[in-house]
Write a protein that binds this ligand. Structure first.
Ligand code: DAH
Length: 353
């Protein structure tokens, strides 16, 4: 019996050596330490043995059992270590891989230009006044000195808005320019200070709408920034100084300006301001179409009728106004050839700014 146990122990240890996974180890344990194993059979047979043999076989069986159990525990630890090493290798994180870029949004090119315009006029003491986008014919046109049927209305083809009741002589519309904001601002101001209104210095930015053919040069919606200064003894010199200073800060200290006579119903006299082409320095290029000058804005002295409509006495007060298109300015600065990019929401365009 002792011999059989010894042989079985050798066989078990040899088999254990070859084991490489937990399943095989489980099978090995039931074969060599389980109920029907040689060792367990030896314990069971003890009762049938003689007094002399019993302690010898019992001791031998016990030694084999202890030896196999400890060898099995060792194997178990070894398999566990192997598993950990394998999983560390296969699940390893490569910390040298480049990270994923987080995508951040861009400020729309028009808004960049708008912010610059706000900053420049803000430094000169102008405040921002927001006015409505839905207007009446009265404020969008009539109070700005465009009588009904005036030909200048043709330049501002209009989106009308259906409304309740008969408003044939004063229909609702989307504003075609930011100039009606001048009327609201002046009326608000003169009703707040009816006796001796302090000066007004504001810019009025916002979206405008025109019922136009969409082309590379014109869109049905676009921004404008209107400016208005009203006070006692404001002159055309103030207009030229303010706008030339704006041009130098916007387009560079060496930017030259020139004022050409023009016509707008709500200003008298009226002018357009050109800036010496900042791309070719005035020599003539594709952006200025060989002229050496770029048209930047319309301006003029507020028409007496418009001052009256705003609640000011034109005998005492005077003012200047101007209006510019931030998309147009952005196009010139960045050499953008098609205004439709501004509303196309094409990231390839927007991400360049
Ligand atoms: N409202 C004019 C337009 O949309 C622009 C303009 C011209 C505004 C002269 C002014 C101004 O305030 O004085 O074409």
């Amino acid at each position: 019996m002792q011999e059989k146990l010894e042989k079985n122990k050798q066989e078990a240890l040899d088999a254990l050596d070859k084991i490489e996974d937990q399943d095989a180890l489980d099978r090995w344990q039931s074969q060599y330490l389980g109920r029907n194993s040689v060792v367990m059979e030896a314990f069971k047979s003890l009762g049938t043995l003689s007094k002399e043999e019993r302690p010898l076989v019992g001791k031998a069986a016990n030694q084999v059992k202890v030896a196999l159990e400890s060898a099995s525990r060792e194997k178990e630890t070894q398999l566990e270590e192997q598993r950990i090493t394998e999983s560390l290798a296969s699940e390893r994180i490569d910390v040298t891989l480049p990270g994923r870029r987080t995508v951040s949004g861009n400020i729309h090119p028009t808004n960049r230009t708008l912010r610059e315009i706000y900053r420049i006029f803000g430094d000169m003491g102008f405040r921002i006044y927001r006015s409505r986008e839905v207007e009446t014919d009265l404020v969008n046109f009539q109070m700005l000195n465009f009588p009904p049927h005036h030909p200048a209305r043709d330049m501002q083809d209009t989106f009308f808005i259906k409304s309740e009741g008969d408003r044939a002589d004063n229909p609702l519309m989307l504003r075609t320019h930011t100039s009606p904001g001048q009327i609201h601002a002046m009326q608000e101001h003169t009703s707040k200070y009816p006796d001796d209104p302090p000066p007004i210095r504001i810019i009025l930015p916002g979206m405008c709408y025109r019922y136009e053919q969409i082309t590379s040069r014109s869109e049905v919606q676009f921004n404008q920034v209107e400016g208005l200064a009203v006070g006692k003894s404001i002159t055309f010199q103030d207009l030229k100084g303010t706008l030339s200073n704006f041009a130098r800060r916007m387009f560079g200290q060496s930017a030259k300006t020139r004022f050409r006579a023009s016509h707008f119903p709500f200003t008298e006299p009226s002018a357009e301001m050109d800036v010496g082409c900042f791309l070719c320095g005035g020599k003539g290029c594709s952006v200025c179409k060989g002229a050496g000058w770029l048209e930047i804005l319309g301006c003029g002295m507020v028409h007496p009728t418009v001052l009256i409509n705003g609640g000011f006495d034109p005998e005492v007060y005077s003012g200047f106004a101007f209006g510019m298109g931030p998309e147009r300015i952005t196009m010139m600065r960045h050499h953008i050839e098609d205004i439709r990019y501004f509303w196309a929401n094409d990231l390839r365009f927007l991400e360049q700014f």
